[in-house]
Ligand binder design. Structure first.
Ligand SMILES: CC(=O)SCCNC(=O)CCNC(=O)[C@H](O)C(C)(C)COP(=O)(O)OP(=O)(O)OC[C@H]1O[C@@H](n2cnc3c(N)ncnc32)[C@H](O)[C@@H]1OP(=O)(O)O
Ligand SMILES: O=CC(=O)O
Ligand SMILES: [Mg+2]
Length: 529
């Protein structure tokens, strides 16, 4: 099948049946227009990340920006929220395949964040089929017959929000004037073009979640894209609404500024805890004093995580913006009621803490968690849609609290092996086209896998990377464990064909001198993508 493309655009991805309904000329013209207008700035901002990282490697510590003090101290709020985004007590998230889309819309959650990002492996098929699934779901025509079950949408469904890819990712199958387009702009523009007006007609709107930003200038870029896109397709300015994930340590120092940049388009902030932990490891990887304990010891009550969560909450409510909590990795455990009860108790504790702190809602990974999480928010909110205007005594947070990186121990052999094992499993799934998997009864996605592999890299290099039995974590130790864990995965019956390559990449990434900025960057260059 051949497509009519805008001048200067090339598409190398296979055009499967139905893809032409998304890859239409006017939709691609919007992609090309946004690319030409904003790609130089995206590249400048990515280069600025590299420069900042060099300064951090040299010992600079982040702080609140002197040049934006007036924004932090000024009296302003974000624009009023549309009705459809007032009540977000429980938001379910998940990748864009048809069954997930239908189940998430039907889950009983207030909102559904459909994910082209952390939980999605960005194969060309997944990206375009995902857009088709959303196009049909919005028009209530998405159905599926699978395993003797018929899937269709209920009359009442969750409010949709869409998470495009982060600034670092390209869409390599689409070039304009010989340059790859931004994955984020591609996902955003196609969704907006096809669905914005339909969503508005149905009482919702074009609502987005924006991932992995590191500065308010990156938020300004999204805002400028929104302004141009609204003009291009004839939407009133301010129609698009976006919630920003605060999931990098640097963005935590610019929360006010990020809300300010997007104030006409803002729908608040979300505490993306997993990427946040990863970002802390990445940004302080060369600091001899920085070294976090086993992954499972780093929780929302660890000092630096608690400070971040409380600052996000306070910042949002001061600006009339929703504060949405992140996701516990716990998921329902089938066929083991005792373990399942422990997992549910973990979810309750997590959501209860967020609701009592003052959060307006929080994320869940699985439909089986919606009711449990909902109860915790309803217990606190009663019949109110949110608690933005509730008068609370918010904790004062300083830079030093955000940088209190504890716990530092214990680091255990079991923790090291778990990082390696889960890392190999996850990379194998990602290479096979699945970006979110249950591993040892936890949700694993790109962000949790980033923690695993970056901890291994850092423990090898940090003088504090010492196991509790006194052995230093070394490259030789890790190489041996990669081989053993790979064998263990195979012995346990893993049949996927990508697991050897996954182990190879994991080993290379954790032992190479240079730290790989995002694990998805080299993975995306694999031939199968
Ligand atoms: C760090 C971050 O970025 S967090 C955000 C990104 N992460 C996510 O979005 C997590 C999404 N969650 C998932 O992908 C899944 O829940 C997993 C992979 C963790 C677990 O999946 P499974 O083992 O397949 O779950 P399980 O078998 O219990 O699923 C039961 C049913 O719930 C459905 N389901 C599970 N999770 C979801 C979800 N998030 N959305 C919609 N439906 C879901 C399954 O499709 C299945 O449906 P069926 O009964 O009709 O067949
Ligand atoms: O995207 C969410 C996160 O925790 O990372
Ligand atoms: Mg994330």
């Amino acid at each position: 099948m051949s497509l009519t493309l805008p001048q200067g655009m090339q598409i190398t991805g296979a055009i499967e049946p139905g893809f032409d309904s998304i890859l239409t000329l006017p939709a691609l013209e919007l992609v090309a227009k946004l690319h030409r207008a904003f790609e130089p700035r995206r590249q400048q901002l990515l280069a600025a990340r590299v420069e900042r990282a060099k300064r951090l490697d040299a010992g600079e510590r982040p702080d609140f920006l002197p040049e934006t003090k007036a924004v932090r101290e000024g009296h302003w709020t974000i624009a009023p929220l549309p009705k459809a985004l007032e009540c977000r007590r429980v938001e379910i998230t998940g990748p864009v395949d048809a069954k997930m889309v239908i189940n998430a819309f039907n889950s009983g959650a207030d909102s559904y964040m459909t994910d082209f990002e952390d939980s999605n492996s960005p194969k060309w098929h997944n990206q375009i089929q995902g857009q088709i699934n959303l196009f049909k779901a919005i028009r209530r025509t998405l159905t599926l017959g699978q395993a003797g079950k018929t899937y269709k949408l209920n009359d009442k469904i969750a409010t949709l929000q869409v998470r495009p890819r982060g600034w670092h990712l390209d869409e390599k199958h689409v070039t304009v004037d010989g340059q790859r387009v931004s994955g984020g702009i591609f996902d955003f523009a196609l969704f907006l073009f096809h669905n914005a007006k339909e969503q508005i007609a149905r009482g919702a709107g074009p609502f987005f979640y924006l991932p992995k930003m590191e500065s308010h200038l990156e938020a300004r870029l999204w805002n400028d894209i929104f302004v141009m896109a609204q003009n291009e397709i004839g939407l009133p300015q301010g129609t698009i609404k976006a919630t920003v994930l605060i999931e990098t340590i640097l963005a935590a120092f610019e929360m006010d500024e990020i809300l300010y940049e997007l104030r006409e388009h803002s729908a608040g902030l979300n505490a993306g805890r997993w990427d946040y932990i990863f970002s802390c490891i990445k940004k302080f990887k060369n600091d001899r004093d920085f070294c976090l304990a086993d992954r499972k010891q780093v929780t929302m009550t660890s000092p630096f995580m608690r400070a971040y969560a409380l600052l996000l909450l306070k910042t949002c409510h001061k600006r009339g913006a929703p504060a949405i909590g992140g996701m516990s990795a716990l998921i329902p455990i089938k066929n083991d009621p005792e373990k399942n009860a422990v997992a549910m108790a973990g979810i309750i504790k997590d959501k209860r803490r967020d609701a009592n702190d003052g959060y307006d809602g929080g994320w869940v990974a699985h439909p089986g968690l919606v009711d449990v999480a909902m109860k915790e928010f309803v217990d606190v909110l009663g019949d109110k849609p949110n608690q933005i205007s509730r008068q609370k005594k918010y904790t004062h947070i300083e830079a030093e609290h955000l940088l209190e990186f504890k716990p530092e121990g214990p680091i255990t052999e079991a923790g090291l092996r778990m990082n390696i094992n889960v890392g190999i499993y996850y990379l194998a799934a990602w290479l096979a086209g699945n970006g979110c998997v249950p591993i040892y009864n936890l949700m694993e996605d790109a962000a949790t896998a980033e923690i695993s592999r970056s901890q291994v890299w850092q423990w090898i290099r940090s003088p504090k990377g010492v196991l509790e039995d006194g052995r230093k974590v070394t490259e030789t130790m890790v190489r041996a464990m990669v081989a053993e864990e790979l064998q263990g995965i195979k012995d346990a019956g893993y049949e996927g064909s990508t697991v050897d390559r996954a182990a190879e990449i994991f080993e290379q990434m954790s032992t190479s001198e240079d730290f790989t900025e995002f694990l998805t960057l080299p993975l995306y260059e694999e031939g199968s993508f």
